[in-house]
Write a protein that binds this ligand. Structure first.
Ligand code: ZN
Ligand code: ZN
Length: 432
C-alpha cells in the first residue's frame, strides 16, 4: 500500500530549495519552515493541512513530525520522512528535496546520533545573509552532532538562544527560520565571542566540516551501487597496517564489538567513521565508496577531541566568565553556563562555591520574575481579547501572541481564574 496519495490536485508555491550541491545546502526541516512562512502559516498548520492528509495514516499527529521526533526528518531513515519528501516534492514541483536530507547516504551510514536533538546555528551567517538581502535559511550541516564550528567564520555554532537561554527543537509547530521559538528574538549577530578554539581542535573541527560538507555537496551527483566498500576498506586497513581490532577500537574510543560488527557488514555511524577518517587520512567519502588500496600512504594522527581538551580546564577563564554571567544577571542557569563553557557543574561548584551560589540565586530570582511576568501577560492578553469580543481561549492566546503561554498547572489556574473574572462559564468553555 502506498504511504501517500496524489489525489489532491492543488499544489504549493514553487519554493526552491537553497544550496543543493554545496556543503551549505538547506535542511529539509528548514525548508518546511520557509514553505510555511511563504504561506504565512505555522509549521504545525503546514503539517496538519498538507502533509498528514496525504499520508494514509490517520493516527498521525503534528508531534510525530515536530518536537521530539524532528531530528529524524533530516536523516530520511523512516517511512514518515520519506513520505514528507515525496509529498513536498509533488506539491512544490521540486524533484530534488531528498538532497536536503542524508537520504542518499542512508545505505552507507547508520543514522544513530547523526543529528542533534536541538537546533544549532551560526549567528554571523544569519546576519550576513540578512545584510546582503539574501534568503535566510537553515543549513543542514549545522544539524550534525559532530559539526561544532562554522568553517567560514571560525566560530562555534550556537545552540542556546542568547536572549532567553532556551534550546530549540529542530522543528516545532511554531518555529521560524532565524528566530528563537521561545522568545521570537532574531538570532543573527554581527560578531560574537565564541569559545576559544585551539589549533588542535581547529584541525579536527575543520576536518569534520570538510568531510561532512563533501557528503552533502556530492549527494546530487552520487551514483554508487556497492554499499559494502567500507567493509573491504576496513579489512584492508587492518591487514596492511597490522593494526589489531583491539588497538583500533582503543584509538577510536569504541568497543571492539563495534569493529567486529563493521566487519560483519554493519553500517558505521558518522561519528565513528569521522574518527577513522581522521586517523587514517582518508576522507569519509573515500572510506565509504572508493577502493583505498591504490590511494597510497596512510597517515596516522592522534585523535584530538573536545572531550580530551576539556580535562585541562582554564580556571582563570571560568572565573572571568562566571563573574561576567553574575554581573549580566540575564537568567543563565548553572547547567547552561556549563554547556556554554564546556565544563561540568561539579567542577564549577568545587572551585567556585561562592560564585555558583550567586549564579543560582540570580537564576531562581529570574525564574520567579519570569513567571510573574508571564502571568501578567496572560491576564492582559485575555482582557484585550475579551474587549475585542474574542473568547480568550488557549488557541486564541496562541494566535494572538505566537506562543503557547499556558503551560504549567499554575498558568492554567491563572487562565481559569481570569475567565471567571471576565464572566465566562468555565465548565462550558473549558472544552474549547
Ligand atoms: Zn558562519
Ligand atoms: Zn530566545
Amino acid at each position: 500500500m502506498d504511504l501517500f496519495s496524489y489525489n489532491e490536485i492543488s499544489s504549493l508555491y514553487h519554493v526552491k530549495p537553497i544550496g543543493i550541491g554545496t556543503a551549505n545546502v538547506e535542511s529539509l526541516s528548514g525548508y518546511m519552515k520557509r514553505l510555511a512562512e511563504a504561506y504565512m502559516v505555522s509549521v504545525g498548520i503546514l503539517i496538519r493541512k498538507v502533509i498528514i492528509p496525504n499520508i494514509n495514516r490517520d493516527y498521525l499527529r503534528v508531534d510525530d513530525f515536530a518536537g521530539n521526533y524532528s531530528n529524524n526528518i533530516n536523516t530520511l531513515s523512516s517511512d514518515i520522512s520519506k513520505a514528507v519528501v515525496k509529498i513536498l516534492e509533488t506539491r512544490t514541483y521540486n524533484d530534488n528535496l531528498i538532497f536536503l536530507t542524508m537520504g542518499i547516504w542512508r545505505d552507507f551510514l547508520h543514522p544513530r546520533k547523526m543529528f542533534r536533538e536541538y537546533h544549532a546555528w551560526c549567528p554571523i551567517c544569519y546576519e550576513e545573509r540578512l545584510q546582503r538581502g539574501a534568503p535566510i535559511y537553515e543549513e543542514l550541516i549545522w544539524n550534525f552532532n559532530d559539526v561544532e564550528t562554522c568553517i567560514k567564520h571560525q566560530v562555534k555554532l550556537v545552540q542556546i538562544c542568547p536572549y532567553c537561554n532556551c534550546r530549540m527543537k529542530i522543528l516545532s509547530s511554531l518555529s521560524r527560520v532565524g528566530y528563537c521559538d521561545k522568545c521570537n528574538s532574531w538570532l543573527g549577530l554581527k560578531s560574537y565571542k565564541s569559545d576559544i578554539v585551539t589549533e588542535e581542535t581547529k584541525e579536527w573541527d575543520n576536518w569534520v566540516y570538510k568531510n561532512v560538507g563533501q557528503l552533502l555537496s556530492d549527494a546530487p551527483t552520487f551514483c554508487f551501487k556497492k554499499n559494502d566498500q567500507f567493509r573491504d576498506n576496513l579489512n584492508e586497513f587492518l591487514k596492511v597496517k597490522y593494526v589489531s581490532q583491539y588497538k583500533l577500537a582503543r584509538v577510536l574510543k569504541i568497543s571492539k564489538s563495534v569493529i567486529q560488527g563493521w566487519i560483519a557488514g554493519n553500517k558505521p555511524t558518522l561519528s565513528s567513521i569521522l574518527k577513522l577518517s581522521y586517523i587514517s587520512g582518508y576522507s569519509v567519502r573515500e572510506l565509504l565508496t572508493e577502493d583505498i588500496k591504490p590511494l597510497g600512504q596512510v597517515f596516522k594522527k592522534k585523535i584530538v577531541r573536545k572531550d580530551n581538551i576539556k580535562n585541562n580546564i582554564d580556571k582563570e577563564k571560568i572565573k572571568i566568565e562566571l563573574h561576567k554571567a553574575i554581573e549580566l544577571n540575564n537568567g543563565l542557569s548553572l547547567s547552561k553556563f556549563c554547556q556554554h563553557n564546556g565544563i561540568v557543574p561539579r567542577t564549577v561548584k568545587k572551585h567556585f562555591p561562592k560564585e555558583t551560589k550567586k549564579l543560582l540565586d540570580n537564576y531562581n530570582e529570574y525564574k520567579k520574575n519570569c513567571k510573574i511576568e508571564r502571568h501578567n501577560f496572560i491576564i492582559s492578553t485575555m482582557h484585550n481579547l475579551h474587549n475585542r469580543g474574542i473568547y480568550p481561549g488557549r488557541k486564541a492566546l496562541i494566535k494572538e501572541t505566537g506562543k503557547n503561554l499556558v503551560l504549567s498547572s499554575q498558568d492554567r489556574e491563572i487562565w481559569t481564574r481570569t475567565l471567571k473574572v471576565l464572566g465566562y462559564n468555565i465548565r462550558y468553555y473549558n472544552k474549547i
